[in-house]
Design a protein around this ligand. Sequence first.
Ligand SMILES: [Zn+2]
Length: 472
Amino acid sequence: MNKNYEVVIGLEVHVQLNTKSKIFCSCPTSFGDEPNTNTCPVCLGLPGALPVMNKEAVKKAVMFGKAVNAKINKISTFERKNYFYPDLPKGYQISQFVVPIVENGEIILDSGKKIGITRAHLEEDAGKNIHEGDVSKVDLNRAGTPLLEIVSEPDMRSSDEAIEYLKKLHAIVRYLGISDANMQEGSFRCDANVSVRPKGQKEFGTRVEIKNLNSFRFIKQAIEYEIERHIEAYEYDEYEDEVVQETRLFDTKSGETKSMRGKEESADYRYFPEPDLLPLEVPDEFFDIEIPELPDEKKKRYMEEFKLKEYDAGVLTAEPALAKFFEEMIELGVEPAAANRWLAIELLGRLNKAGISIENSPVPAKKLALIAIREKEAVISGAGGKKVLDLLMEEDIEVDEAIEKLGLKQVSDESAIEKMVDEVLSANEDKVAEYKAGKEKLFGFFVGQVMKASRGKANPQIVNKILKEKLK
Ligand SMILES: [Zn+2]
């Protein structure tokens, strides 16, 4: 990144709220159903059909507002945003323009920097256009799904800050349980507004909007491509011609952004009050809703209560399912450091390699906890535990069964180990003499010999203990 320029990024995120029914009708919001089966006169926009506000959507918006320390407006309003598109049968979208339900929130990055959230408002999603060869089809199952559009201040100064903000937002909505935030299915979508200005210049540069980014990696690539494009235009004195206010799309294959169309000014949408809905009044009891522990609080608590390093606590709290798995292991009596090692390093490593999510892990918390416990009890070694885990990834068997099957049970019987120690020492009398004369590093040699004699199964702590006694 060229040091003579400053990047300004603002993000708009559309989060699909996971209510059972749509925002203004009782059609189901389920994903992947037969096209156009989850529709009714309201979400098809038939004449005379009247919208009715979904209370659950309001509740979820309020929960979000609380989580980002925002102001929740007791009264907010709905407006019609008019535009024509085949997947929008009414010819307008019902959205909140004048007064949103949530205003003035913030997300705090790990550096301590605050990223402002200007507003979060409720609106309905459009349907979907499906292009097959030279035919285009319209599926209106998604039309009317509740969305929370979360608009940030232009506070981010690098693609890294943008990604950190998005990941925090993503984790928050998942912890709140207000959205499954599945980026592939489009229930967490991001538009990025990017501009670049020479360092020291007060006015913002020309802003372009990159639309419909659906993975963190693509968002980062798209923003970085755009930054480079703007800087190059400045450097070659072509800024006025090359960088115009517009909407661009990111081509995931070429890694480039391409012009889509000129950005409509908000006046072009001819917003006007929605005549079929009263202003939205948030019920008093919603202001007292308790929200669950959020990822950043949880991370802090893990560092304090479990003495975990910041990085480890961050990994474990990134996803609610992962934190839940970890807490289950702790409840089953596993020490935090061991739980972290078995979960974050051993199990996650294997799951990532196999492309399996923690929710679908073939090894549940109970089994992983038992591996850690058997290691602590010295029934198996750490290396043995990894072999058990490998087998459990493949087969649905119990931990103790796997230990038996793999022949990993350590010998902890002191008299059996003592016998092996005696044999090793009498076979190496010259080395024992050297050790006693002060060559203490030979201790490792004796341990190695005993472990070899036991074919790796002797409990190393007991071997150490007995050797120390015998060599005194
Ligand atoms: Zn409907």
